[in-house]
Design a protein around this ligand. Structure first.
Ligand SMILES: CC(C)(COP(=O)(O)OP(=O)(O)OC[C@H]1O[C@@H](n2cnc3c(N)ncnc32)[C@H](O)[C@@H]1OP(=O)(O)O)[C@@H](O)C(=O)NCCC(=O)NCCS
Length: 344
């Protein structure tokens, strides 16, 4: 079978996909046939992957998997995912109707390393396009690579959770790799839109409307969240978006995170970085119970029992004490006004 005779069903069969995942692959049949996605030669790939924050063990696995990219079913899926990624470059800027999250499911059976690493190849295939996009916006190499290095960060988290190499946050990573998310000092920011409804906005008297252009704030794991670095980062955000996305409305920022759960302040000291960070934001929505997010971000575990969780830090103790008392953790949404531009 050659790549031109493969169809979505054959790809679903090759990867052992069922249900929604199989339906997603068969929908890709309707895409125009894309040009083959280029993966760099081994030496260039090693250089790129290192700049993306990847580690040696993952690099060795990626190099070993390269020949399998020429299996027709794999090539078919790689070409289509890369096409979706590249075709959507900067899409929130140019096309407000564009979907923010392509529905890329985990591929079946993590026993096969190709399934665990498949989307890493998609991002590597998309790398030249996003680098070109950054250059077209005058973004420095330093910010460009720091933003894209979230790939290596996410892969290191995967290894800590699952004890093996791979990637499970492929949907999240489409944001930096479509030129929509930037690492600016301590924090990351993505081009986003207000998704609070009008009734909530009216009730709270908020200074924006549904769909307004704003930036979203994200908190990468990497060092502490000290207030001075956050102040510097927020100032940098105003300057960065003024300079590189002047058409984007970026007066306000929103954040959607377990770090904003006000109950953390019942357990952590007032001077803790988390409590100081959450005080920057006015809460708009309390969010729903999301204990799983806290298990993942604090403990890097999926579905643990309370007894197996370490109790070494004030936060670890707080999380478990609250759950043992019958409580749950939420991921509230809040907003703040970015520092005013010095140019105004
Ligand atoms: C956000 C983050 C940097 C805050 O860390 P911090 O600056 O140390 O925060 P605080 O000063 O408030 O920490 C208070 C206490 O909790 C501990 N703590 C903070 N984050 C912790 C974590 N992820 N795991 C375990 N303990 C943690 C601190 O060590 C400190 O404990 P101690 O007083 O016993 O020494 C950290 O939680 C982190 O890296 N989280 C993962 C990324 C994340 O969750 N992003 C948001 C995704 S929505």
């Amino acid at each position: 079978m050659s790549v031109s005779t493969v169809d979505g069903q054959a790809v679903a069969d090759y990867f052992g996909l069922a249900g929604h995942s199989a339906a997603w692959v068969t929908e890709l049949d309707a895409l125009p046939v894309p040009s083959p996605a280029a993966i760099a030669d081994p030496a260039t790939l090693a250089d790129q992957f290192t700049r993306l924050g990847g580690d040696r063990a993952d690099l060795a696995e990626l190099q070993a998997l390269r020949p399998r990219l020429e299996v027709p079913a794999v090539r078919w899926l790689l070409d289509r995912c890369a096409w979706q990624l590249i075709g959507d470059m900067g899409s929130l800027v140019t096309n407000p109707q564009s979907r923010e999250w392509p529905p890329w499911p985990l591929l079946a059976s993590a026993d096969d390393p190709l399934n665990r690493y498949f989307y890493v190849f998609v991002f590597l295939a998309g790398l030249p396009a996003v680098r070109e996009f950054h250059q077209s916006r005058g973004i420095s190499d330093e910010i460009s690579w720091a933003s894209l290095a979230d790939l290596g960060q996410q892969m290191s988290v995967y290894r800590r959770i699952y004890g093996t190499g791979g990637l499970h946050t492929q949907v999240w990573l489409t944001i930096p790799f479509r030129g929509l998310l930037y690492r600016l000092g301590r924090l990351q920011y993505n081009l986003s839109r207000i998704d609070f409804d009008q009734a909530t906005i009216d009730r709270l008297g908020l200074p924006f409307r549904p769909g307004d252009q704003i930036v979203g704030v994200h908190i990468p794991e990497q060092g502490r969240l000290d207030p001075a670095s956050c102040d510097a980062s927020l100032r940098l955000a105003t300057e960065f978006f003024d300079a590189h996305f002047p058409e984007w409305g970026h007066r306000f920022a929103t954040c959607h995170s377990w770090l904003l759960d006000p109950r953390l302040a019942d357990y952590l000291p007032a001077e803790s970085n988390i409590v100081q960070f959450q005080r920057r934001f006015a809460i708009v929505e309390e969010g729903t119970d999301q204990d799983a997010a806290v298990y993942e971000f604090v403990f890097r575990r999926i579905n643990p029992t309370l007894d197996e969780l370490p109790q070494n830090s004030a936060l670890e103790r707080a999380v478990v004490a609250h759950l043992r008392s019958g409580g749950h953790w939420r991921t509230p949404s809040g907003w703040l006004e970015l520092p005013v531009s010095r140019r105004n």
